[in-house]
Design a protein around this ligand. Structure first.
Ligand code: ADP
Ligand code: MG
Length: 335
């Protein structure tokens, strides 16, 4: 007899991660698939496919199937899921033949989308498939005591969405999701540079600018960076210098929307739990929580303590894997 692998999948809009109960994080790659439009064949997935963005011949198209937090293309999503499961099966070994899988889906996903994910994983050969909500996974992965009757507030700021949830007693008390995250920040940087310098920069350049000199707080030590793009008038490559103050201006709108979602969720919190929030504060997860100055800026705006999870980019995947224990417990209790 062989043992059954228990794995958690964080199906993120920017990154897909797989966590194995015995081996930890076994896959962490961009949620990108490169497809040959003529043959409909998958050419590459993950890191290899992301490298191709903006650089491929016309017949090969890199697709981010979960781009705006919705499953824009669930055929491609299913193909991506199968490809990554196949990839990790080598690492995990024979127990991957009939794994038990927990998948964390973006909370905006519809029942049709959830069924499509369920089917894709089942058709791979999974013995059991469970889907869980992102804020719950994020909170478990951030080591919050989600099963206790206290307000655990988690804010997951990802690529396509930001999700805010208050979890107590193993369930969601209040939550909100907005389709704003790192992708929109990148887009705002592209627009800013286009409007102010007449230069077009690519998505990956915009992301680099954000990570290097993007700040959530206006009050920071100013930095600058040389940026290369295409001059929209001459059509030729051109280099300009942009400052962190300019990038902060560009990011303001996205940040305001995320803040609004957090405020709305906190306002919906039952009064008995509000005291916990004042004491324990909130925890940030997701890649965009790593934006420079994010923690200080938020703490200033909402006047409660703001903590960063130990591994913000991995919290959801870890939580999804660990959730299996809770699911087993709940199922036993239901019997
Ligand atoms: P998702 O769960 O939607 O897949 P992730 O939690 O993986 O998203 O976060 C991906 C986002 O985090 C991307 O938009 C990326 O640009 C952003 N990101 C990653 N590192 C940083 C950083 N150091 N500063 C700002 N943004 C970051
Ligand atoms: Mg995520």
């Amino acid at each position: 007899m062989f043992s059954t692998a228990e794995i958690g999948i964080d199906l993120g809009t920017a990154n897909i991660l797989i966590y194995s109960k015995t081996k930890g994080i076994v896959l962490n790659e961009p949620s990108v698939v490169a497809i040959d439009v003529n043959t409909k064949q998958v050419i590459a997935v993950g890191t290899e496919a992301k490298e191709m963005i903006g650089k491929t011949p016309q017949n090969i198209v890199p697709i981010r199937p979960l781009r705006d937090g919705v499953i824009a293309d669930y055929d491609v999503t299913a193909q991506m899921l199968k490809a990554v499961l196949k990839k990790v099966s080598k690492t995990i070994g024979s127990s991957m033949r009939k794994p038990v899988v927990v998948v964390c889906t973006p909370s905006g996903s519809t029942s049709v989308e959830r069924r499509a994910i369920h089917n894709a994983v089942t058709s791979y050969g999974a013995k059991q498939v469970h889907l869980i909500e992102e804020p719950v996974a994020a909170a478990i992965g951030a080591d919050l005591p989600v099963e206790e009757p206290v307000a655990n507030v988690v804010v997951d700021i990802g690529g396509g969405t930001s999700e805010v949830g208050i979890i107590s007693f193993g369930g969601i008390v209040s939550c909100n999701s907005v389709r704003v995250g790192g992708d929109q920040m990148d887009e705002e940087i592209i627009q800013y540079i286009r409007k102010n310098y007449n230069i077009l920069v690519g998505e990956r350049t915009a992301e680099n600018i954000k990570i290097e000199i993007g700040y959530a707080n206006a009050d920071h030590k100013e930095a600058s960076m040389e940026v290369r793009g295409r001059d929209m008038v001459s059509g030729l490559p051109k280099t300009v210098t942009v400052t962190s103050t300019e990038i902060h201006t560009a990011l303001k709108e996205s940040l305001a929307k995320i803040l609004e979602a957090i405020r709305a969720t906190l306002e919906n919190c039952p009064p008995e739990l509000s005291g916990d929030i004042v004491d324990h504060g909130i925890v940030l997860t997701g890649g965009s929580s790593l934006l420079n100055g994010m923690q200080e800026w938020l703490a200033n705006e909402i006047i409660v303590p703001v903590h960063l999870a130990p591994n913000p980019l991995e919290s959801v995947a870890i939580g999804t894997g660990r959730a299996l224990k809770m699911i087993n417990k709940l199922q036993k209790a239901a019997k």
